[in-house]
Design a protein around this ligand. Sequence first.
Ligand code: ADP
Length: 479
Amino acid sequence: MPTFEYAPAPESRAVVDLQSSYGLFINGEFVDGSGTGFKSISPATEEVLAEVSEATDADVDAAVRAARTAYTRVWSRMSGTDRGKYLYRIARILQERAREFAVLESLDNGKPIKESRDIDIPLAAAHFFYNAGWADKLEYASLGTNPRPHGVVGQIIPWNFPMLMLAWKIAPALATGNTVVLKPAETTPLTALLFAEVCQQADLPPGVVNIVTGAGPTGQAIVDHAGIDKLAFTGSTGVGKMIARAISGTRKKATLELGGKAANIVFDDAPIDQAVEGIVNGIFFNQGHVCCAGSRLLVQESIASEVESRLKRRLGTLRVGDPLDKNTDVGAINSRAQLDRIVALTDAGEGEGATRWDNGCELPSKGFWFRPTVFTGVTQTHRIAQEEIFGPVLSVLTFRTPQEAVAKANNTPYGLSAGIWTEKGSRILWMADQLKAGVVWANTFNQFDPTSPFGGYKESGYGREGGRHGLEPYVKTGA
Ligand code: ADP
């Protein structure tokens, strides 16, 4: 039960001007796709928001051709300074239209408005500002001699941070002089289509950014298209492996940002209340639909029961419900399919003998919802300790020594992120050195910044996004 009640504080939807149907954005214009349409719904209410086109192979081909023409005739010939001006313009428009983007993102994705408003959209704008600054300074970014673009880049993004992933992908690609064909995820296409309007508003030359909507087959058409020079993919490890196989033996370059099963490690000298906040942020932020989520809590045995009881008390105060209410902490699960996956894995957790607890909150009658859930008594072999649940579900394991914490943290096919909670700086440095994870947070979790590289080890993928490192995959260097 919440400790006290809040009056409803819903955000107005009036700021969003939704059309009933959308075409594909190719060569600077919205065009009818040649495939059948599909519906994008609000996962919080199952209301149909808009009909969207499923791009066919022919549509993808048209988009790649438009991107190639724009690359050859305009974008690759433009100075970095001028490319930067377009990126700054896009960044400023995103700021001006931030409220509209935030509301639409929460409607289409189900995430709480306070996250889309305070994190997703401001960070998306920040990625454009940051990369705009690099556009005329690429020779000084230590990328190698004579950095130059690959050409046409195919980009496929997931549904958990639709606009933010779009910005992670498009901003460095354009800053380095590439042109883009981007496919948003099939359950969250709407903010990418609104971004297409931003490209028009910014007078971006036609064909520099093309947005094709659709599901797996549309993504596959991008991957397989002979006119694509480089791929950037964020999504599941399964699809990432298929992409790696599909492009092996071709000249296509790729970066893959895949799944994770991060350990959030709490030592007995950690400030416990802060650690509890970090645990909550680590796994319940964005309904746990976060590849770097702290989905495994490793807590030192001597403080395990105290952390567990404080954590449960805190989870009792989380407000689950209407994503558009500014007081909502946890929104809707993104789709029926994802909810089914979460249910199947949590059932397996119970079946394998872990102890299940949830915060008992009331859930709306329509839409896709899952209560914040904690499993204790989890062992290394349980599926809920090994597989990515991608939902608001925490698996708690214990350890006695730092060595044991490291061994357990690294005992996963993934290696995207990790968290360490302790007051000892030397222990933080030792642990960070031992952990096989691309990002290690100390006494915090889920901090993102455009200047900071992000990416994984092992089955979490390869390549880095963000920071100077994030420019590297978008350029070739040397003679
Ligand atoms: P998630 O588990 O996050 O939904 P997916 O890997 O299924 O991850 O989806 C991420 C993105 O990859 C989405 O845009 C999806 O449409 C796309 N996708 C799915 N299957 C394929 C495929 N075979 N080839 C290319 N892209 C795909």
